[in-house]
Design a binder for this molecule. Structure first.
Ligand SMILES: [Zn+2]
Length: 113
């Protein structure tokens, strides 16, 4: 995925995201703290793969990007247990799927286990 793939994110004029900590990753999704290498802003990224059982359609990927503060990012990165992420459910976010990017009122706080 090239840098242009993040042009919809608004931390700065030239968002380039790097994963700094993966919290969870499976065949059905992932959770990660990402950081913009241009401006240093942190983003919480979630990907869910919606498996459409019994369908000929390909699985649908949904992603969310939520801005998190430096303090929130540190809390997630250095937490020894699974951090409480419920604040993400009411954090204005971006949601991307095959139809495009939309604003979202929040993102899920847990993976599709
Ligand atoms: Zn940025």
């Amino acid at each position: 995925m090239g840098p242009e793939a993040y042009g919809f994110l608004d931390c700065c004029e030239d968002t380039v995201l790097e994963t700094v900590r993966t919290l969870y990753s499976s065949g059905h999704g992932s959770e990660a703290v990402m950081r913009c290498s241009t401006c240093g802003a942190y983003w919480f990224h979630r990907m869910h793969e919606m498996v459409l059982f019994g369908s000929d359609q390909p699985d649908e990927m949904v992603e969310w990007f939520s801005r998190i503060t430096d303090v929130e990012a540190q809390m997630i990165m250095f937490s020894k247990v699974r951090p409480n992420l419920t604040y993400l459910t009411s954090r204005l976010s971006f949601r991307r799927d095959e139809r495009g990017v939309q604003r979202s009122q929040g993102q899920p706080a847990t993976p599709l286990w």
